[in-house]
Each structure stands twice: as structure tokens, then as C-alpha cells.
Design a protein around this ligand. Structure first.
Ligand SMILES: [Zn+2]
Length: 1153
């Protein structure tokens, strides 16, 4: 239906008007459909009661959602709006075992949890909120012909020979199943259900604008208060505890900061100051074992832009040689005259050396900032250096109460850790796009001088909280969206209408284009079209266009996508109970496939494959009494032995599917096959989608290194000895290019691959993950999977992954106004040219980070514009374009750049940049390059923006004062500086995860959130105030929670009161607490309830279900936990925050001298 062809006379939008008439948002406001089991995965599948557009805060936790770090403040409001049971039921216990709800049947109470899931939160990515926005991403027009043409090769059947031996064997186990060896001989390529490209009715009804009407004119940049620049106090005069002046001047004389005079500016020997270990004069730092030290650091002040500079300072490893870690810590700092140690902890935590604590671990390195032997040497007080906790709290209190209105150009949004609402008044919400700086240097020279990367982190399909309006769907009719003739930019609020409205001038390329007659409208006295407020594309930053057939492959509207479940049934998978678990779960999960808008059932068809060394396809056609299995043992040239009956509608084939899922675990119960293939599995899924002429997603559940004879066969090439050598990069590279080629074919077909791995040993994530990565898919890894401890996590991840909003066959292009252009891209995607980011699938959690470079001068007057266009196929098969626009300021003064930066986004970019770098360079080179770049950034500020001061003072820009601490976290992360316990697969896995993370996720991943549980107020809904990630902040009488988006640790001090232990763990003493717990026991007391509610709340915020690990102080696992106390020195040689800051200071001094 063509929607806004005509101007609407409706009320101007702006106020999120619930009742928005005429506009029907898919998944919004729908009525519960009778017969549809919506209470479970509710929000996902569509109409959810309570999910109406104008949704009151109900069910949405502002704080939960976006802020990634615990904000006590926001949490209050959050939880308060929750139904009492909300949290607990958020993630239903695995329903395995429960009978799959018959379609249309009412759900058993046991399933309720799902529905809750649906409502819930918001956090970027939560399935819940994700659902409602049934809008997949849109992107760059899919120029016919420009896209890789899918090889329209139909499945070949000739390969199918006599039933492979395995059939015989298997048949014995197939109760009542017909083995389809014969059926395969005459497969009818009849397009089974793959319905003709239905004319996809535009689901979203007509659009009517809303809008607060007032379009705020651009105003000067309104960055965060630049205040402090260089107005800080010298550290020597300690600030009040916990109070951080906006600008910090760190006097050189502070022990930690002052390089010995002799080394002024250069002395490698001065760093790391804290180690105190004797060093050869020329050694930048004690080398780690196996690490080559690259000679004396050569400071290269002007060595700006080149990426991996010859090692500047290898000094990043302040740690003494590993062996030294076990000895008593050497005396750290020289006496510091004039330096006053501060004893106050801003958070009431134990400060300073805690007798008996650090030392309590025999053999444990006393890393961290605690000096070991008495008398404790004085050191730089951590409270006097910029605190992430303080910055987060300040932003929350300053910016959390007002909505962020996007009408103003170049506005820096609140931090990702702040809970705030967004009102779209012409620029895309920061939930969709965040930039490293909102004020771009006018010239390339300035940009180079500052070294601040210009990048945008884009999450095109981000989930919004219910209070915010989803992008409207606009239909420009048969001729498609109105676009600039030359650069093809889409109509947006920045296009300038001229000549009475008959033409418009492009804001990106200045070309003038005729307004199509059907789109003509008169201008008012200000030159604005009179229908301005009625059209989202004229007044909003984000909206969608309905794509015409011109935007479809082969000029044909797409078929709805398909999901294919491909289950490893080799020995390990069966024995661990995994196969049974998956089959049980699928029985119910299939009723919650993504649905579009008001559709009663999902348009997505499903198919099933099991495999070990051979593949088993299943015919689950509705007319069959029992499913039929077809075995393909010739995996060298994969084909799909059946077309009709392989991909089916869940409701139509319900009984056959249920029967199949019942039988699979039985069929393979006695298998002795341990070997698996992998590439042929993907090929099979790809071929099936090709045959069905649709896009889709493969869900592959895989357990081992594919060593069976087949294409893509792998060998175990893990070798930890390569770490810290020039060959380390090979560990991150795929061992064969086979998978790259396969990925390319998958992208061409819109075949996205999600991978669930259950390894008991090395399985080469770096290679297996290639297809997933390049098709925009997700990887999940459950090492040493055990049913009892891991099933909740796996099932929650699976449910979420199956239900979340996803677009298929997507292409994204970012257009920019003259003067800058997108030059580099980071994320899970494939690129066949330099501008189009192709993704077989793109879900609501994935981000693409885009870097920009100058190609001309910019002007302060016109600023700079970005337009991200995503073309995609929705879950119902509708082709759409999602457009996000953002306008930025431009500056001729460096100070303006530094005043409008966002460090969290900068870190997101730098981490992705570095993580890509390890593919081609030694990690040490990558680390050095990062340090060098950040030193340049800070030195440029110091030189050009800070007021004159002693050269010895460290002055950080207000907006970047956390750059050193966060950068250090990136540098010592597992990918760049692995500890001994980190496996090669872990590193490859983390590398892939981080590459698709949004800013909130990288923020908490690199600087975890640490909450003192024993400080929680059980009578309120708030979270306890977070504390800094350092061991010295921990008190042995307390219990803490640490989360980083992948794990939740609950750390219990040795002196915790017995009553607390009893209340939380149900045992009477510390020694009885089991470290094997993967969940907290459900106990009926306020403390237990409070802690469990906090855990549940955190789980909901993250895009993955976090693994819960109980850590007892002084227990073995504590080493793992300490790895996440990122302000301390790490076992792997990572510097403490204090040491790193000293090091950065020295680097900066070198650059300035
Ligand atoms: Zn243009």
C-alpha cells in the first residue's frame, strides 16, 4: 500500500503520540491475535499486549537498556516499573522437556518467561525490545547488477547414489522413519512452498508524521562543557577524595609520573616506574618472556600517521619479567617529596594496602598497586587520577534527566552508560550512530595533526526502548524513494528545496534535482515545504523507505527467508546431551520465529539437517506421516537431495517436525562416529537456499575440529609458542582460503551463518568463524559444555538468536557531504568493492564502524553530513531501505575538536582497528601503534589547546581524560596480550566478538562493571554504586559482582559474615561455598532476592547470556577473576592504570620535546 503519497493534514508530529493514526507499526499496537501463542517470545513475534506504541514505561527499564554500566540512579526507576516477577522470569528456565506448545494453544505457565523476555528491556540488543521493531535494516540501493549474482545453480541430484552405508546403520535407529534413499532419486525441483514472490504488502501502514514540530535550527556546537581544560589542580594538591576536577594536571614530580631527570623525555629506563626492577639502560621495559624488545624506544614526535610505527616504546609492559612476579614486589617508587598520599576512597572502599590481603596469597603476584613489603612506598594515589566511575556518575547526573533532542548539529550525546531518552528531530539517534567526534577538523592537516580518528559506530537496526519511536516506513510510490540524481543520496532533512519547491539541491553533492510531480509541495515563507512535519524523510534523522522492485535481486521481490537448523550428531554432541537438548528446545522455539508486524505467523520456513562425517537431510512435508531422512555421504560436492519438503512452514508441518525432533536423539544415541565435516554443512545450507531462491540463516551446532575427509577439512595447527613471535598473526588467520570463498558465495545468496560451538579442545575458531564473520552472523562458544552448568546459557542465547530482529541480503552504504568520505570499515560483513558493505544477515546487535578521511576542505558553516542507507529484506520478505542521517560540526580550532569527542566511541574504533591489525602485524607492533597514536592525540592537545603550564604536567582533555585507562584495557586484553590461560580459540573468538560490538558493549567489555553486592540496599530497586576495577578496592568482608558482557563473577571475601553466606548460598560457611555453581540458589530472603534480581537485570541488558562464575577469595579461580581487575597489573604483563598513565605521560613529553 502506498502510504504517504499525499500530504497529511494530521497533527504535526513530534510528540510521540501514541495513538498515531494511520500509521501502523509492525509489532506495535497490534492486538493479541487469538490462537497465537504470543505470551512467550512475545515482543518478538509481533503484537504484544502492552507493547503498544505509546507504551508507558511499563516493561521497559530505561536504565537497563542502554547504559551499560550500572547506574544506581537509573536502576531505580527501572526496576520500579517492573512487575515483581519480571526479572526472575525474564529468561525462562530451559523449557526442554516441556511439550512444545501446540500452535495456537495457550502457553503453559512454564513458558511465561518467554513473554517477559519479550517485554523487557531494551538494551541494545535485547531480543525483547528488538522485536517490536520489526524493521530490519535497509541500505544502499541494491543496484541491479551491481550485486554479486547468485549462482542460480539448482540442486543436483545426480550425485545421490545408492544409500550410503550409514543409512543402513542409521535406519535401525529410525523408529518409524522412512529412509529416503529412494525418494531422492526423483526429487521434484518443484518449488515447494517457496511461494512466488508475493507482492509483499507493505506492512507498515500509512505514515503520519509526528514531530514536535519545531525543528531546531543548527546552533553552535554544544559539546560537553569544555570547562576544565587545563584548569585542573596539580595533583600534588590532592583533590577531595573522589572528586575529580575536570582537568587534571599531573605534576611531574608525582613519583609515578616523573621520569628520572636523566631520562627526561627519552629515558626508557624511566618506565615503567613502578616495577623498580633493575633494567639495562636501553631496555624500555623488562621484556616478557619470549618477547623481543625492539631496542631503545625512539621517540618520534612527528611520526604521526603511519599506522604501526617502529616500536616507539615497548614499555607497555611495566611488569617485571614474569618470574619476578612471584617474588616480593620490588620497591616501587622513589620517595616522593611533596606528594601526599590520599587515604580517602571515594566509594567508601578499603583503600590503601590491606594488610593480609595482598600478602595472603602465597605465590600470588602482588600485582596491582599495592606495594608489597613494608614499609609501603608512597605511590601515585589512584584517587587522584581520572576515574571511570566518576565520569560515568557525573554524566548520569548531568545528562540523564533530560531527553536528548537531536535537532542540533554536532551535539555530543550522553555517554552510553547514561540512561536517557532520545527525541529525533532531524538527526539519527545515538543508538544508531555514535561518532568519535562531533566536530570535525576543517582540513586534513588538522586532522592529521590531532591524530583523532574520525569514525562512526553504526548500528542500523538497533533496538529502541519502547518510549522511543521506531523509524516510520515511507512509501514514495512506484518510482521509489526520491533521490539525488547524481550521488543518489536519499531525500533527507538536509536537502534544500528551491525554485518554489520544484527542485532540490543535494546536501551531499550540491547537484540540483527536479522534484518528481507526485512529490511536489509548496514552500512556506522560510523556504520549508509545508508538508515538512508530515514527512519523516524531511524532518527526522531516521526512517525507512519501502523499496521497489528495482532494489531487488534480479528485479524480483524476494521470497521470505528460511532458517535451517544443522545439528552435529557426532559422539561428543550426543554424549553430552546436547543433541537432545537442542531438539527439545526447537520444538517450542519454532513457534517464536520472527514475525512481521501484524502477521499471524512467521513467514520464515524451516529445514533440518544433522551431520557427522555425512549429512542427513529430512523431508518434513506436511503430508507425510513421518519424516524421511536422506543421507548424503559424498560430501566432496555437496548437493541437496530434496527440494520439496525440506523447507516448510512450521504450522503446516508441525506434527512431522515434532516427530523428527523426537527421533533425532534416538537415532544417533548409539553413534560411535567422532569425526565431523564442516564446510559441506554450510554448502548444504547454501544450496538449499539457492534452490529455494531465498535468503536465510543457518544455525549450526558444532563440536569439533572438522578432520573428516571433505572440502574445508582442517588440521590442528594450534601453537602457543607462536605467541609474541612474528608468526603469532597466523593464529588469527584462517588456515585455508576455502572458507573465504565459501563466505563469498554465501553473501551472494543472502545466506547468513550463525555458529554455536561446543569444543572440548581446539577447533580453530579463526577458520570456522570465517563464514560467520563475513556473512554478518554470530558465533557462540561453550567450551567444555556440560548440560547442568551450561544449558541455561546456551538456551538463552539460542532463543534470543532465533527470535531477534534480523534483516537479510543487506547492503549498506555511507554517503558523506563533500570534503570527507568513508574510507574504512570494521565489522562482520563482506565487501566486494570499496563502498558497499554487504551482509547476508544483519541483526539488531551488530554494528559497523566506519572511518572517514578528508578529501577536501570542510567549512564551519555547512558542517559535514553522513547518510547511512541500509537496503535489506525483512523477516517477511519485504524489501526496505533504512536511512540514518547525522550532521556534524566542523572546526578550525583544535580545541573544538577535543571538546566534542567521545572517548567510548574512540575506544570502540581503536579496539577494532587493533584487532584487525593482529591479522597482519605482530601484536607488539599493534600495541605500540596504539600507544603512539594516543600519545600523539594527547600531545597535540597539550601543545595546542592547554594553557601554558609546566611541561612536566600531564594535562588531559576533559572529554578524553579516560583515554589512558581505557586504552590500557584494550592493550592488555586477551587478544593483544594474552594470559597463560587464554586459548588460541578464545582469542580468535573475542576478536570476532569485539569487531561487531557497539559502544556500550566495548565499554563494559574493556572496563567491567564492579558492584559491591553487600552494599546493595535490599529495600530499593537500585544497584549499589559501582567501584573501580582494582583489587585494593575489594574488602575481604564483602561480596562483589563483576560483569563484562560475557561473564558475571561473584567474588566472595574470606571474611564475609556467615549470615550473608547463608543467605546467598544456603551454606553455613565460606569453605562450603561451591565454586561449581552456575546459578545462585533460590533462597527466600531479601539479600538472595536482591542479588538474583541484580544478576537477572544485568543478563537482560546484554546481547548474550553471561556465564556466572563464583569466585572465592584465595581460591584457584581468583586468578581468572583478577584478570578483569583492569586497573591493576595483569599476570600477562599488562600495566596497571597508574603505571600506564605514567608511561603515557612520558610518551607525551617525548613528543613535545
Ligand atoms: Zn547528491
Amino acid at each position: 500500500m502506498s502510504v504517504n503519497q499525499q500530504a497529511h493534514t494530521g497533527p504535526p508530529y513530534g510528540q510521540p503520540q501514541p495513538g498515531y493514526q494511520g500509521y501502523q507499526q509492525p509489532a506495535y499496537g497490534g492486538q493479541p491475535l487469538p490462537g497465537v501463542p504470543q505470551s512467550q517470545y512475545g515482543a518478538y513475534n509481533g503484537p504484544m499486549p502492552g507493547y503498544q506504541q505509546p507504551v508507558p514505561p511499563q516493561g521497559y527499564f530505561p536504565s537497563l537498556g542502554f547504559p551499560s554500566k550500572g547506574s544506581p540512579v537509573s536502576l531505580n526507576s527501572d526496576t520500579s516499573s517492573l512487575a515483581p516477577n519480571f526479572i526472575g522470569s525474564l529468561r525462562a528456565p530451559p523449557t526442554s522437556g516441556a511439550p512444545p506448545p501446540a500452535s495456537g494453544a495457550s502457553l503453559s505457565s512454564g513458558h511465561l518467561a518467554y513473554s517477559q523476555f519479550g517485554h523487557g528491556d531494551v538494551q541494545n540488543g535485547i531480543p525483547a525490545s528488538a522485536v517490536p521493531m520489526q524493521r530490519p535494516p535497509a541500505s544502499q540501493p541494491f543496484l541491479p547488477g551491481s550485486a554479486p549474482t547468485p549462482v542460480s545453480q539448482t540442486a543436483t541430484f545426480q550425485q545421490y547414489g545408492p544409500p550410503p552405508a550409514s543409512v543402513q546403520q542409521l535406519s535401525n535407529h529410525m523408529a518409524g522413519m522412512t529412509i529416503g534413499s529412494t525418494t531422492a532419486s526423483a526429487p521434484s525441483p518443484v518449488g515447494l512452498g517457496y511461494g512466488p514472490p508475493t507482492s509483499v504488502p507493505p506492512v507498515s501502514g500509512s505514515f503520519s508524521a509526528t514531530g514536535s514540530g519545531l525543528y531546531t535550527p543548527y546552533t553552535a556546537s554544544q559539546g560537553p562543557s569544555p570547562t576544565s581544560v587545563s584548569q585542573g589542580l596539580p595533583l600534588a594538591q590532592p583533590l577531595f577524595p573522589g572528586q575529580l576536577m575536570s582537568t587534571q594536571r599531573l605534576p611531574t614530580q608525582v613519583p609515578g609520573f616523573a621520569p628520572p631527570p636523566s631520562s627526561a623525555g627519552i629515558g626508557p629506563s624511566s618506565y615503567p616506574p613502578s616495577t623498580g626492577a633493575p633494567r639495562p639502560p636501553t631496555m624500555p621495559g623488562p621484556p616478557l618472556p619470549g618477547q623481543t624488545v625492539a631496542g631503545p624506544p625512539t621517540s618520534q614526535p612527528n611520526h604521526v600517521s603511519s599506522p604501526p610505527p617502529p616500536s616507539t616504546m615497548s614499555g607497555l609492559h611495566p611488569g617485571p619479567p614474569m618470574s619476578g612476579l612471584h617474588g616480593p614486589p620490588p620497591p616501587t617508587h622513589p620517595p616522593q617529596p611533596g606528594y601526599q598520599m590520599q587515604q580517602n576512597g571515594s566509594f567508601g572502599q578499603v583503600r590503601g594496602p590491606q594488610p593480609n590481603y595482598g600478602g595472603a596469597y602465597p605465590g600470588t603476584p602482588n600485582y596491582g598497586s599495592q606495594p608489597g613489603p613494608p614499609p609501603p612506598p608512597k605511590r601515585l594515589d589512584p584517587d587522584s587520577i581520572p576515574s571511570p566511575i566518576q565520569v560515568i556518575e557525573d554524566d548520569r547526573s548531568n545528562r540523564g534527566s533530560e531527553p536528548f533532542v537531536t535537532g542540533v548539529r554536532g551535539q555530543v550525546p550522553p555517554l552510553v552508560t547514561t540512561n536517557f531518552l532520545v527525541k529525533d528531530q532531524g538527526n539519527a539517534s545515538p543508538r544508531y550512530i555514535r561518532c568519535t567526534s562531533y566536530n570535525i577538523p576543517c582540513t586534513s592537516d588538522m586532522a592529521k595533526q590531532s591524530q583523532v580518528p574520525l569514525a562512526a559506530v553504526i548500528k542500523p537496526l538497533a533496538t529502541l526502548p519502547p518510549e522511543e519511536t521506531l523509524p516510520y516506513l515511507v512509501d514514495h510510490g512506484e518510482s521509489g524513494p526520491v533521490r539525488c540524481n547524481r550521488c543518489k543520496a536519499y531525500m533527507c532533512p538536509f536537502m534544500q528545496f528551491i525554485e518554489g519547491g520544484r527542485r532540490f539541491q543535494c546536501c551531499f553533492c550540491s547537484c540540483v534535482t527536479e522534484v518528481p510531480p507526485h512529490y511536489f509541495q509548496h514552500l512556506d515563507h522560510t523556504g520549508k515545504r509545508v508538508d515538512f512535519y508530515d514527512r519523516p524523510e524531511l524532518s527526522l534523522g531516521s526512517y525507512e523507505f519501502l523499496a521497489t522492485v528495482d532494489y531487488c535481486k534480479n528485479n524480483k521481490f524476494p521470497s521470505p527467508p528460511a532458517f535451517i537448523f544443522m545439528i552435529d550428531v557426532s559422539y561428543n554432541a550426543v554424549k553430552s546431551g546436547l543433541v537432545r537438548l537442542i531438539c527439545e528446545e526447537l520444538k517450542s522455539l519454532l513457534d517464536y520465529l520472527p514475525r512481521e508486524g501484524n502477521m499471524e505467523e512467521s513467514a520464515i520456513r524451516v529445514g533440518f539437517v544433522t551431520y557427522n562425517k555425512v549429512l542427513h537431510f529430512y523431508n518434513v512435508k506436511s503430508s507425510l506421516a513421518q519424516p524421511q531422512m536422506m543421507v548424503v555421504s559424498d560430501v566432496a560436492d555437496m548437493f541437496v537431495p530434496l527440494l520439496d519438503g525440506f523447507l516448510v512452514n512450521v504450522n503446516e508441518s508441525r506434527t512431522v517436525i515434532a516427530s523428527l525432533l523426537d527421533q533425532i536423539p534416538e537415532m544417533f544415541a548409539d553413534t560411535r562416529e567422532t569425526e565431523t565435516v564442516f564446510a559441506p554443512v554450510i554448502q548444504a545450507g547454501l544450496e538449499a537456499l539457492k534452490a529455494a531462491e531465498c535468503s536465510g540463516k543457518l544455525f549450526i551446532f558444532h563440536t569439533s575440529l572438522p578432520i573428516a575427509e571433505a572440502p574445508g577439512k582442517l588440521k590442528n595447527r594450534d601453537d602457543k609458542k607462536l605467541i609474541n613471535t612474528d608468526k603469532e598473526k597466523t593464529l588469527f588467520q584462517p588456515q585455508t582460503s576455502f572458507y573465504n570463498n565459501l563466505a563469498k558465495d554465501c553473501v551472494a545468496q543472502g545466506c547468513c551463518v550463525d555458529l554455536f560451538l561446543f569444543p572440548n579442545q581446539y577447533l580453530d575458531v579463526a577458520t570456522l568463524g570465517v563464514v560467520t564473520y563475513q556473512t554478518g552472523g554470530s558465533i557462540y562458544k561453550y567450551a567444555y559444555f556440560q548440560l547442568e552448568t551450561d544449558q541455561d546459557r546456551f538456551l538463552n542465547d539460542l532463543r534470543r538468536d532465533v527470535q531477534k530482529e534480523v534483516g537479510f541480503d543487506a547492503v549498506m552504504r555511507v554517503r558523506t557531504s563533500t570534503g570527507i568520505r568513508a574510507t574504512d570499515f570494521f565489522g562482520a560483513f563482506y565487501m566486494s568493492n570499496t563502498t558497499d558493505v554487504e551482509m547476508a544477515g544483519l541483526d539488531c546487535d551488530k554494528t559497523i564502524t566506519v572511518e572517514f578521511k578528508h578529501d577536501d576542505k570542510l567549512s564551519e558553516d555547512s558542517g559535514a553530513l553522513l547518510q547511512c542507507a541500509l537496503l535489506y529484506t525483512s523477516c517477511a520478505g519485504q524489501r526496505r531501505l533504512r536511512i540514518h542521517n547525522l550532521s556534524l560540526n566542523c572546526c578550525t580550532q583544535l580545541a573544538d575538536l577535543y571538546r566534542n569527542c567521545e572517548t567510548d566511541t574512540l575506544i570502540n574504533y581503536l579496539a577494532k582497528y587493533a584487532y584487525r591489525g593482529v591479522l597482519n602485524s605482530p601484536v607488539k607492533t599493534v600495541r605500540d601503534a596504539l600507544i603512539n597514536q594516543c600519545a600523539q592525540i594527547l600531545a597535540c592537545y597539550r601543545k595546542n589547546c592547554a594553557s601554558p603550564s609546566s611541561a612536566g604536567q600531564l594535562i588531559l582533555p576533559e572529554c578524553m581524560k579516560l583515554l589512558p585507562v581505557y586504552l590500557n584495557c584494550v592493550l592488555k586484553s586477551d587478544v593483544l596480550q594474552p594470559g597463560p590461560e587464554v586459548t588460541t580459540d578464545d582469542r580468535a573468538y573475542i576478536r570476532q566478538l569485539v569487531t561487531s560490538m557497539d559502544v556500550a558493549e566495548t565499554n563494559v567489555f574493556f572496563y567491567p562493571r564492579l558492584l559491591p553486592l553487600t552494599k546493595a540496599d535490599v529495600d530499593s530497586d537500585s544497584l549499589p554504586a559501582a567501584i573501580r576495577n582494582s583489587e585494593e578496592r575489594l574488602s575481604k568482608g564483602d561480596i562483589y559482582l563483576l560483569e563484562n558482557g560475557l561473564n558475571i563473577f561473584v567474588w566472595v571475601g574470606v571474611n564475609v559474615q556467615q549470615g550473608l553466606i547463608q543467605n546467598l548460598f544456603g551454606v553455613s560457611s565460606f569453605s562450603q561455598i561451591s565454586s561449581d555453581l552456575s546459578t545462585l540458589p533460590v533462597l527466600e530472603n531479601p539479600f538472595s532476592k536482591k542479588v538474583r534480581s541484580i544478576v537477572d537485570m544485568l543478563q537482560v541488558q546484554r546481547s548474550r547470556y553471561m556465564k556466572l562464575i563464583i569466585v572465592k577469595q584465595e581460591d584457584k579461580l581468583e586468578m581468572l577473576f583478577k584478570h578483569f581487575l583492569v586497573e591493576d597489573k595483569s599476570l600477562s604483563g599488562g600495566a596497571s592504570y597508574v603505571d600506564f598513565l605514567c608511561h603515557m605521560h612520558k610518551e607525551i613529553r617525548q613528543l613535545l620535546s
